[in-house]
Design a protein. Structure first.
Lengths: 354, 167
C-alpha cells in the first residue's frame, strides 16, 4: 500500500507548496503595508503627516498595530454561539486567501532545469473559481454577524450579504462580455491573449467600469461600505469582536482589495504583460528567470496602481445611502451590463459572419 | 489506495455525515451551515468525476446564493432551539413513514445500477468540461435549454408581480 501511496510526484507537491506559501506570505505582507499606505494616503489628502513615529516614515506602524491587536483581551460574548463566533473571521480570511490560487503571477521560471509556472493551478474554469470563492466570502460576514447575537451586527451582516449578492450580478454580466472577447475561461489564456497585443480594457471599457464599481462593492469599500456605516450601525458586523479576530476581519478586507486589484489587472490590463515591450524578444535577451522577475514586477506595479485608486476613492467620495446603493446596482448597472453584453455579442457575431 | 480514492472516501463520508447533521441539528442555522458543507462535498465529487463546470456552478448557485437567502430568512425569524414548538406525535410518525418510503424508492432505483470499478474518473471523458458542455447544450439540446430559460424568466417575472402586490 505504501508503495502506491508514495507513487506520486513529490517534486510537484513541493513545488506547489512553495508557491502557495510564497503567494500567501506576499499577500499578507502587501495587506499589512496596505494599512500603512491607507493612512499615509489619507494623510496626504487631508494635509496631515500620517503615521511617522514607529521607524522611518512610520514603516513599522503595521507591526505595532499587529502587536497591539495580539495583546488585546480576547472577548467572546456570553450569549453568542462560540463555534460560529470563531468560525466567522476564519471563513472571511480563508475566502480572501483562496482566490489567489488561479491568478498567473508571471511567466515561467527555470529552476535548475525544472520549468515552474508562476501560477498555483491553471484550471480551465479559472474565472468561475474566483466567482465561487467570492460568493463564499459572504459567509464570513453573515456567520460573524449572527453569532455576535447583537441586532446591529445582524443588520450589518444582512446588509453586507445582500450588497455582495446584488453586485455579483452585474459583475458576472460584465465578465460574460469579457469572456466573449477572450474566448476562454482560463486565466492563463486570458493573459496570453493580451501579451504583446491589445489589452482587454480597449475592447471592454464599459465592462471594465462596471467590473470596477462591483469590485468596490464586493470589497465593502467606500463608497459602498454600508455594512460598516457607523452612524447607523455602530461598528458594523464586527462590533462584538476584539483582539486578533477583529484583526482578521479588517485584514481580510485588505487582502480582498489586493486580490481584486490583481484580478482586474489580469483580466483587463494585460496581467503580467510588460507594456511597450515585445515579451518574446526580451525573453531571449535576458533569459527566462529575469523575464519572470520583470513580469512579476510589472504586475505588482499595476496592482499597486489599482490599490492606490481604491484608497483615492475612499478618501474622496462620501458613502451612498442604502436605497441609492440598491438603485445603482439593480436599475443602472444590471441593464448597462446587459447592453454591453448584447453589443459585444453582436459585434463578435458580425465579425464571424464576415 | 491511490490519492484520488482516499479523496473519494473522504468526500463520501463528509457528504453523508454532514447531510445527517442537517437533519439532526436542533438549531436551524446549524442545519443550513451543514447543508453548505454537503454542497461542498458534492461539488468535490463532481470534480472527481471530471465535471468541473457542474461542480463550480453548484458552489456558485447553491452554496453561494440560495443558501445565503436561506440563512437570511432563518436568521431574521430568530428561530432557536429553545423556542422550538413541541411536535405532534402523529406528524413524527408520518415523517418516519415518508422517509422510509423515499429510502425504499432510492434503494430500488439504485439496486440495479451498474457499479463502476473505479470510484474516480479523473481525466476521463470530457462531457463535463465547459467547452463540450456548451456545445452539447447549444446544438443537441437547444430546445429544452431555451424552454427552461423561458421558465426561469417567467418565474422571475412572477416573483416581481407577487412582490409588487402589497404596494
Amino acid at each position: 500500500m505504501y508503495s502506491t501511496l508514495l507513487a506520486f510526484d513529490w517534486l510537484f507537491l513541493i513545488e506547489k507548496l512553495v508557491l502557495i506559501v510564497g503567494i500567501i506570505s506576499v499577500s499578507l505582507g502587501i495587506a499589512m503595508y496596505e494599512t500603512w499606505a491607507e493612512r499615509k494616503v489619507a494623510a496626504v489628502m487631508q494635509d496631515r503627516r500620517g503615521p511617522n513615529r514607529a521607524g522611518p516614515f512610520g514603516l513599522f506602524q503595521p507591526l505595532a498595530d499587529g502587536l497591539k491587536l495580539f495583546m488585546k483581551e480576547e472577548i467572546i460574548p456570553n450569549t453568542s454561539n462560540k463555534w460560529l463566533f470563531v468560525l466567522g473571521p476564519c471563513l472571511a480570511m480563508l475566502a480572501a486567501m483562496m482566490t489567489s490560487a488561479v491568478i498567473p503571477w508571471g511567466g515561467k521560471i527555470d529552476f535548475f532545469g525544472r520549468e515552474v509556472n508562476l501560477q498555483i493551478t491553471d484550471i480551465n474554469i479559472g474565472i468561475l473559481y474566483i466567482f465561487a470563492v467570492v460568493s463564499m466570502g459572504i459567509y464570513g460576514i453573515m456567520i460573524g454577524g449572527w453569532a455576535s447575537n447583537n441586532k446591529f451586527s445582524l443588520m450589518a451582516a444582512l446588509r453586507g450579504a445582500s450588497q455582495v449578492i446584488s453586485y455579483e450580478l452585474p459583475m458576472g454580466l460584465s465578465l460574460i462580455a469579457l469572456l466573449l472577447v477572450t474566448g476562454s475561461l482560463k486565466m492563463s489564456a486570458i493573459v496570453g491573449g493580451q501579451i504583446d497585443g491589445v489589452w482587454n480594457v480597449v475592447y471592454q471599457p464599459l465592462g471594465f467600469l462596471i467590473f470596477l464599481i462591483c469590485a468596490f462593492a464586493e470589497c465593502n469599500r467606500t463608497p459602498f461600505d454600508l455594512p460598516e456605516a457607523e452612524n447607523e450601525l455602530n461598528f458594523g458586523y464586527h462590533q462584538e469582536y476584539s483582539s486578533m479576530k477583529l484583526g482578521f476581519y479588517l485584514f481580510a478586507e485588505y487582502i480582498n482589495m489586493f486580490i481584486s486589484s490583481a484580478v482586474m489587472a489580469t483580466l483587463y490590463f494585460g496581467g503580467y504583460d510588460i507594456p511597450g515591450v515585445n515579451d518574446a524578444q526580451l525573453t531571449e535577451k535576458v533569459g527566462l528567470n529575469w523575464m519572470a522577475f520583470f513580469q512579476g514586477a510589472v504586475l505588482f506595479g499595476k496592482i499597486i496602481a489599482f490599490i492606490l485608486l481604491f484608497m483615492w476613492v475612499r478618501w474622496t467620495i462620501p458613502r451612498f445611502r442604502y436605497d441609492q446603493l440598491m438603485h445603482l446596482g439593480w436599475k443602472r448597472l444590471v441593464p448597462l451590463a446587459l447592453l454591453n453584453m448584447i453589443i459585444t455579442a453582436a459585434v463578435i457575431l458580425y465579425q464571424l459572419k464576415k | 489506495m491511490s490519492i484520488s480514492e482516499i479523496l473519494f472516501y473522504f468526500l463520501s463520508v463528509l457528504a453523508l455525515g454532514s447531510a445527517l447533521m442537517v437533519v439532526i441539528s436542533r438549531n436551524p442555522v446549524h442545519s443550513v451551515l451543514w447543508l453548505i458543507v454537503t454542497f461542498f462535498a458534492i461539488s468535490g465529487h463532481y470534480i472527481m468525476m471530471n465535471a468541473q463546470f457542474l461542480g463550480i456552478v453548484n458552489l456558485i448557485v447553491y452554496a453561494g446564493a440560495i443558501m445565503v437567502l436561506f440563512l437570511f430568512v432563518i436568521m431574521l425569524m430568530n428561530l432557536n432551539a429553545e423556542t422550538e414548538p413541541k411536535k405532534n406525535k402523529w406528524l413524527r410518525m408520518a415523517g418516519i413513514v415518508a422517509g422510509g418510503c423515499l429510502l425504499l424508492v432510492l434503494v430500488a432505483a439504485l439496486k440495479d445500477a451498474d457499479v463502476k470499478n473505479s470510484a474516480v474518473q479523473l481525466n476521463s471523458g470530457n462531457i463535463g468540461l465547459i467547452e463540450q458542455l456548451g456545445k452539447t447544450l447549444f446544438t443537441e439540446y437547444v430546445v429544452p435549454f431555451e424552454i427552461s430559460s423561458v421558465l426561469f424568466l417567467s418565474a422571475m417575472v412572477g416573483t416581481v408581480v407577487i412582490g409588487k402586490k402589497g404596494d
